[in-house]
Design a protein around this ligand. Structure first.
Ligand code: SAH
Length: 415
């Protein structure tokens, strides 16, 4: 799936910040069915018609991807005008689009500040095409509070949580830019009946998987992430199966069981160390929720089975956590948990004190894990030339100097 659909649009140069105009009306994107019903009630749609209208809106927004109410031809002209007067279908604004030599795409998105008139916020979203699948990596917060020592995003303070609409909006923007909406000219303009799968997107979509591994800690923005992922998985709309959605957490223990119950997607845990002493330094959240508590929550993750394993992420840091003794300890630690172990070569950034482990060491580490019966794929860094790889996302508003940017790019290209 490296070739993009012909409808994919070309790169966007950076649009000047001053040109940003926050939407004046609320967007319907990201509302749950219940909230959509309330929005309709507020503009006078009678109660007995609300369910049907919600279903129609859902179809147009999430199955067809329309960006204007005038396209919703199953709604009366009056209702379309009424919707237009009060709401938008706005997604986050694309400020920059970059395409890597390996096909990875990164979008810098602008979001309105809560205080009108203040400069907009920025987050990044990355699309990674691979053979047979296409993964979209979405952000859950502007910045992050966790301060993991190896993560570039962590050097940016938290500005705010994203709304459900801004999280779903990342998926819509990516589909818009990739030309990834179903185009079926013969399709009747009636909404598909709920639950029968008639309206499902046909096979061959460019975005087949979602990972919540961009900026932020998703379990510190629980409700918005929950609502957004349930919308993305909804079979009457975008319809990406929960088995193809992975939420990655640094280990917010109290919300792990809730994630299983209320979201039910695949779980990834950023473990990175096998001893509390070391993990405290790498992932400071460990001081609050140490390894034993974290793994206990993992063991009890609802729906966990050999067919639905937890992915443990382990960033390979030279001389810090990459000894073969640690590989053996890792296997021991995860005993009894249906798990996959994902080794991530460290992606460098300017000013970091870490280095990526030597390739030979990563291979030896991986071999120990593999020989203990675990799949241990090493995550190939993608999009390093456009700073789209793990831990490299950062709002451009947190200005890097031109020199820093160049240094970062050079590191990414030569490492
Ligand atoms: N806060 C969540 C999700 C975002 S991070 C979490 O911690 O899981 C997504 C993954 O990228 C995490 O496993 C994170 O530890 C890893 N990562 C962060 N910085 C990295 C870097 N510089 N190189 C490689 N992986 C990194």
């Amino acid at each position: 799936m490296t070739a993009l659909a012909p409808a994919a649009l070309g790169p966007i140069e950076k649009t000047p910040l001053e040109r940003y105009v926050a939407p004046a009306k609320p967007s319907l994107v990201g509302l749950t069915r219940g909230s959509l019903g309330e929005a309709l009630a507020a503009i006078g749609v009678p109660e007995e018609r609300q369910r049907m209208r919600v279903q129609q809106l859902w179809h147009w927004i999430y199955l067809r991807g329309v960006q204007g109410f005038e396209k919703m031809t199953t709604l009366s002209k009056e209702l379309r005008a009424e919707l237009e007067a009060h709401f938008t279908l706005a997604r986050p604004e694309v400020a920059v689009e970059q395409v890597s030599v390996d096909g990875t795409r990164k979008w810098l998105l602008r979001l309105p500040s809560e205080t009108p008139g203040e400069r907009p916020h920025e987050v990044e979203c990355v699309y990674i095409p691979e053979s047979g699948r296409g993964t979209l990596c979405v952000s859950s917060q502007v910045g992050c509070t966790l301060n993991c020592s190896f993560c570039h995003t962590g050097t940016q303070r938290l500005v705010r949580n994203l709304t459900a609409g801004e999280i779903v909006g990342q998926v819509l923007v990516a589909r818009d830019r990739l030309g990834d909406w179903p185009r079926r000219p013969g399709m009747p303009d009636l909404p598909a009946p709920s639950g029968e799968g008639i309206g499902l997107p046909e096979a061959g979509r460019l975005i087949t998987n979602i990972v919540v591994m961009g900026m932020g800690e998703p379990l510190y923005n629980f409700e918005a992430v929950r609502d957004a992922l349930n919308i993305v998985a909804d079979g009457d709309g975008i319809g990406i199966s929960k088995r193809r959605i992975t939420l990655s957490t640094a280990g917010v223990v109290p919300n792990i069981a809730r994630a299983g119950e209320e979201i039910g997607v695949m779980l990834a845990v950023s473990l990175h160390a096998v001893r509390d002493e070391l993990r405290n330094g790498l992932v400071p959240l460990n001081r609050k929720y140490p390894i034993a508590q974290l793994l206990d929550a993992c063991r009890r993750y609802p729906g966990l089975s050999n067919a639905r394993r937890i992915t443990f992420e382990y960033v390979m840091l030279k001389g810090v956590n990459d000894s073969l003794a640690e590989a053996r300890a890792l296997v021991k630690l995860l005993k009894g948990i249906p798990a996959k172990i994902n080794l991530i070569p460290f992606n460098p950034w300017p000013g970091t004190r870490h280095q990526c482990s030597d390739w030979e060491q990563i291979e030896k580490f991986s071999e120990i894990i593999f020989n203990s019966g675990y799949a241990s794929p090493v995550r190939t860094p993608r999009g390093r030339d456009i700073l789209a790889a793990c831990g490299q996302l950062k709002s451009a508003s947190e200005k890097l100097s031109a020199r820093e940017r160049l240094a970062l790019r050079a590191m990414a290209m030569t490492d």
